[in-house]
Design a protein around this ligand. Structure first.
Ligand code: ZN
Length: 536
């Protein structure tokens, strides 16, 4: 699902929620349903998108109010006079599906490219303003501050064939099966129209789409490629639903033909899904999935051609080298985080940012220059990617000579639902990490006070135990009297053997390593044990 924009920005992109509804401007990159989910309940004026995206959306949701939309077309720039920060937005072709665009936002907040879903090619990228493009290995004259990048296939290491090559493979596959009197094309997804157009042209035949059984698909194709549609069921080419139960339905079609002594139909699926994920019926095994230059038949009898509307990892890396942005986040979750990309690992390090860098504001993180502490203000803000390992570890933040941070006291916010490495080893959910970050900063003095009280009340074993449990679960840093900092997540001296079995079980149930408690608290526990022994 698409992610929310940082709180400091006055616009949302592809998100329709209570939070995004509160933004003053809304942008829709394209009409795929995962990008318009919630639009019926959380839409508000104005929604900027291309005219085609608007028409496709109204085809899907006829009850949507047409007057909510404002048009922006490829190559068009619109100046938006927002009361807080005026900005300009420009639309660029995303090479994804009909009507799909990327948005470039430029304003006081910096420059942000939001790719939506995209298949980045040199043609797409060289349409962006020249100042943002590297030349001959030299960084752009002006760097993009932030790229929200479609990382759907960011883990896909094999080079994906270009769309034209994939379409040719579909045509070749059909040529090789002249006996197939019916050809089923699983091209029911917005963005697969070019396949149908090419097949229609190559074989001189229109394609049957059942208007009654599939009115939404017919409506969409009628908007994008009306010239290739027919209601004549005798056409050799039929559109076949790709979802759900494609393989079972395909097997039934083939079995029917055999049972009736008819030629087997040809079923072709042009998608990257099978290559990236579908394990069932992969049959020809992983070997088949490594063939990207020809159609491959699976166990159920479906022929696959790798056709991708998203960029491969190779294409993403190349695009990032060309754009050299300062920060990158994935537009979708949870498929792949931007931190998994080599460019981001090497170049997008928060430790390189000075405290005054405007990017902190964009990242929704407050940096306090006085005491070099950093507070995560965006409790549920899903805008920041996994931070480099060097920023995690529970050490005190230190400031280098040039004023940049070498360590942060806590991890930065991650996408909702993802696990996060907090203070080196403890793995908690995002909400937990924010709770702890907030507490670390705001309640630090209160905690220190509590420790002092606990020391004075050393006879109260229960209180001490609670203190150990609470401070250790939080993975927080507590200041000792002499000012030295001790981390309860493992940096402290002491052994986890001192903890009771129940407490250890508790940690394990939380998927948190059993910590070593603070030395001062161990001392308190030891004293208590000694006194108890003496009593007996
Ligand atoms: Zn899409």
């Amino acid at each position: 699902m698409p992610i929310e924009m940082p709180r400091g920005l006055p616009f949302s992109v592809d998100t329709w929620s209570v939070r995004s509804q509160m933004k003053r401007h809304h942008f829709l990159t394209h009409a795929h349903k995962d990008h318009s989910s919630g639009i019926l309940t959380h839409s508000s004026f104005p929604i900027y998108c291309t005219g085609l995206t608007k028409s496709l959306l109204l085809n899907q949701y006829p009850q949507l109010d047409e007057s909510l939309f404002l048009r922006i077309e490829v190559g068009q720039s619109i100046f938006i006079d927002d009361p807080d920060c005026e900005f300009t937005v420009t639309a660029f072709d995303a090479n994804h599906c009909p009507g799909a665009v990327m948005f470039l936002f430029e304003g006081n907040f910096g420059s942000i490219l939001h790719t939506g879903d995209c298949r980045l090619t040199p043609e797409c990228l060289y349409c962006l303003p020249e100042k943002y493009i590297s030349k001959k290995g030299i960084q752009p004259t002006q760097r993009l501050d932030y790229v929200f990048l479609d990382c759907t296939f960011g883990k896909f290491r094999q080079p994906l064939p270009c769309k034209r090559s994939s379409i040719q493979q579909v045509i070749n596959c059909i040529w090789k099966h002249p006996a197939a009197t019916v050809v089923y094309l699983t091209c029911d997804l917005l963005g697969q129209e070019d396949i149908m157009v090419s097949v229609s042209q190559a074989f001189g035949s229109k394609i049957f789409v059942d208007k009654v059984a599939n009115p939404e698909l017919f409506g969409a194709l009628n908007l994008t490629v009306p010239e290739i549609l027919t209601q004549d069921e005798s056409s050799r080419f039929h559109v076949f639903d790709g979802f759900p139960n494609l393989y079972k339905r395909a097997a039934v079609k083939l079995a029917e033909a055999r049972a009736n002594s008819q030629p087997e139909p040809l079923i072709v699926r042009a998608s990257a899904q099978w290559y990236a994920c579908d394990e069932e019926y992969s049959c020809t095994g992983s070997e088949g999935k490594l063939r990207f230059d020809t159609a491959v038949k699976d166990l159920s009898g479906v022929w696959h051609v790798c056709y991708s509307m998203h960029s491969s990892r190779e294409e993403l890396e190349w695009a990032l080298q060309l754009l050299a942005p300062r920060w990158v986040a994935s537009t979708t979750t949870p498929s792949c985080s931007a931190m998994e990309l080599d460019y981001v690992r090497k170049h997008c390090l928060a430790s390189r940012l000075t405290p005054g860098d405007p990017l902190w504001k964009l990242l929704d993180i407050r940096v306090d220059d006085d005491d070099v502490s950093i507070q995560c203000t965006g409790k549920n803000s899903p805008v920041v990617e996994r931070v480099p390992a060097e920023m995690v570890g529970g050490e005190s933040p230190t400031k280098s000579k040039n004023g940049s941070f070498s360590k942060l006291p806590c991890t930065l916010p991650l996408y909702e639902g993802q696990t996060v490495t907090l203070f080196g080893r403890a793995r908690l959910r995002i909400e937990d990490s924010f709770e702890k970050c907030g507490q670390l900063v705001s309640d630090k003095k209160g905690r220190e006070l509590k420790v002092e009280i606990a020391r004075e009340e050393e006879s109260d074993k229960v209180k001490v135990k609670q203190q150990v449990e609470h401070s250790s679960v939080c993975g927080e840093e507590l200041s000792e009297k002499d000012g030295s900092k001790v981390s309860s997540s493992g940096a402290a001296s002491g052994s986890s053997n001192n903890l009771g079995e129940n407490l250890k079980r508790y940690y394990r149930s939380m998927n948190v390593p059993v910590p070593r408690p603070l030395p001062s608290l161990l001392k308190l526990l030891d004293n208590h044990k000694r006194r108890t022994k003496r009593r007996f």
